[in-house]
Design a protein around this ligand. Structure first.
Ligand code: SF4
Length: 196
């Protein structure tokens, strides 16, 4: 399978099987009661996906520049305060569930963990007329919004990438720190390659 594959070809049932098989644990329960205010803010984020994409890229660079500081403090010790801030900020903007493996940049700034079926690779077959959720008819489908948001973004075609199954062991950890540590390791590797 190529890296870029149309999201529609990964059926919903298969996505759920992959997710369950990955950890052997049932998916994290999806909260039943959601306030429309959360939805309004989520929809605002999708409408402003281009600006948020730019902001995130700047933010990621700043975080990477601070890598020596995180290294000195210790990534594991930074986890608690940074995770606390991340949870609050992304909770307001995206109704984030702290899955620890953020893919907002690939999903039009619409958090896939808000999907009642927790699908990470596109919508199920039950999207209602008008683009509403099969499980929560009063809620816009997360993936319909993801597609709309992605169309505003510079790197919106990342939505076509097939995502790995969600790793439940990463819940409640900071994606910001994980992404930074990964980027720093890649940077070190490429520097070593240049000097070799
Ligand atoms: S993809 Fe994960 S980390 Fe990103 S907003 Fe959604 S729950 Fe939070």
């Amino acid at each position: 399978m190529t890296d870029k594959t149309n999201i529609a070809i990964v059926p919903a049932t298969r996505q759920r099987q992959i997710t369950a098989a990955n950890t052997g644990k049932p998916p994290v329960p999806w909260p039943q009661k959601h306030q429309p205010l959360c939805w309004s803010l989520r929809l605002w984020s999708v409408r402003h996906s281009r600006g948020l994409e730019r902001l995130y890229r700047v933010f990621a660079k700043v975080f990477l520049t601070l890598h020596p500081l995180w290294g000195r403090i210790g990534y594991s010790r930074a986890e608690r305060p940074i995770g606390f801030i991340e949870k609050r900020v992304k909770g307001v903007l995206f109704d984030c569930r702290m899955c620890g493996q953020c893919i907002l940049s690939s999903t039009g700034m619409s958090c896939p963990m808000n999907c009642p079926k927790q699908l990470r690779n596109g919508p199920c077959g039950g999207v209602r007329a008008g683009g509403h959720c099969e499980v929560r008819p009063d809620m816009p489908c997360v993936w319909v919004k993801a597609w709309e948001g992605s169309r505003n973004m510079t790197h919106g075609d990342l939505i076509l990438r097939v995502q790995k199954p969600v790793d439940q062991s990463l819940f409640e950890t900071s994606s910001w720190l994980r992404t930074t540590a990964k980027a720093a390791a890649e940077q070190d590797r490429s520097r070593m390659g240049d000097t070799a």
